[in-house]
Ligand binder design. Sequence first.
Ligand SMILES: O=C([O-])C(=O)C[C@H](O)[C@@H](O)C(=O)[O-]
Length: 308
Amino acid sequence: MKFSPTAVKQAVGDGLLSFPITDFDSAGRFDAESYRRRLEWFISHEISAVFVAGGTGEFFNLSLEEFREVVATAVEVVDGKLPVIASAGLSVESGKAFARAAEEAGADGILLMPPYLTECPQDGLVEYARQICDSTSLAVIYYNRANGVLNAESAHKLAMLCPNLVGLKDGKGDMQLLNTIVKRVGERLTYVGGVPTAEIFAEAYLAIGVNTYSSAVFNFVPEMAVTFYKELRKGNQEAVKRITNDFFIPFVALRDNKPGYAVSLIKAGAAIIGRPAGAARAPLEMPAAEECRQLEKLVSVVKQRSYA
Ligand SMILES: O=C([O-])C(=O)C[C@H](O)[C@@H](O)C(=O)[O-]
């Protein structure tokens, strides 16, 4: 089944969003077989969409050809059970090329990444996103992060210009800005919490009507990630507090040891649970042995506790 932009909007707006890491073999090449197994395992859990080659999936580290293979593999495995969203961006022209490749490979939507490197005026960002949105019939979710952050007026303008823009994913964690966007643009878009380790912001997101978020830790503690999401939505503050104290606060402290650990610690976590995906590519660095031991301890805490 293909998901229309409206169906993508609905699926993405409610339920936990998963962001698989991308598998590389020992020579550093994309490992389609290992990725296939990972996705089969992913979709055996309660999630509402699969965002492939996202930030956690090292979009910024993939060639267009590799990206095409990643998306095609995901589409085949997911087989219409959930929307598959793939990334695009960098420049208008490469954004269009990635969007085209995603569409040809059978994806249902695009996560539109910020432009590469340059500082951006607001009207320029709107134009960048508009041209890429116009080039595809897929649903687009704008990733409001880094040098590509739209203010509320620009988000509203973009939503008016692009019928296939269905969502905005926050990657900044500026609650004043996000709340202003939510209040200005309203239900025209769906909103996703998407800062690195989004769970640490999840309670704040929910309070302003952002019902869902992207989970990178789902890659290695999926049951806990799903439980956290469900308990949060049920309003079980005690369970949310326990998981935050036991896992997310120490995890975020470890993550903050080095830039890029929001991704490479996830790859280390996958190796710890016996689902290795190879090393993250440069410029990312894998955690040191002692950091991996600390992560292992966190994983064993999660295994010992029953959170629901
Ligand atoms: O594009 C990405 O991978 C993300 O930004 C989503 C991540 O899952 C992020 O929210 C996180 O680290 O939890």
